[in-house]
Design a protein around this ligand. Sequence first.
Ligand code: URA
Length: 219
Amino acid sequence: MSVASPLPHTEPPHDCPRCPRLVDLRRDLRAEHPDWWNAPVHAFGDERAWLGIIGLAPGKHGANRTGRPFTGDYAGDLLFATLDKFGLSHGTYASRPDDGLALHGAVIVNAVRCLPPQNKPTPREIATCRPFLDRQIEALPDLRVLVALGRIAHDSVLRAFGEKLSDRKFAHGAEHRLSGRIVLVDSYHCSRYNTNTRRLTPEMFEAVFAQALAHRGPS
Ligand code: URA
C-alpha cells in the first residue's frame, strides 16, 4: 500500500515511462518482490505545508518497498524522529505506511520519484523528474521554507526556482533566499552513511529544523 498524496494532480503515473533505466529496475523488482510498491513514490504530508522537505530518491528497502517517502529505512528513523520533536507530525512513526502518522505543516517529496540503481540517479533522470517537483512547489500555497537533504535536492530546488547553481553553494546549514518569500535551508542527507560517519549528527539535523522554524513567519 501507499498513502494518498496531498497533491494528487501533480504526481507521476504509476507506470511512468520517462526514465528507461529506472523503468527496467522497477520491472525487475516487480518480478522479484511483487508485494513491494515498486513505482514512483508520491509526496507525503500536509497540503497546507509551510515546510517542504526535499529528499533524494526512494531507498530500495524503504520508500520503494513501502510507497511512502523515507518509510522503512534508516534515513526515515532520524527524519521522522526530528519532525516529531518539532511538532511537525501527529501519531507514532512505525516504519510502515499504515502506521497512521500524519504530518502537520510539512510535506516530504523526493527530487527523483523512482528508485535509482545504487541510489544514484543520473543528471538526465534528475532533470526528467524535475517537472513533478516544480508542480508540487507551485501547488503549495503556504510554502515558506524548503529543507534540501543533500546536494541533489539542493540543485533541484535551485533549478525549480530558475536560480544559477554557481551563485548558491550547497553547505550544511546554508540558507538561500528564493523568490516568493521562500527560504531554502541546506542539510546533509540523513542517510545511514552520513550519520554513521558523524558527518551528520542528530543535533546538526535538529539545528537545521530550528533554522527552518525561525523562517516560518506568521501562520
Ligand atoms: N527515502 C526517501 O524517500 N528519500 C530519500 O532521499 C532517502 C530515503
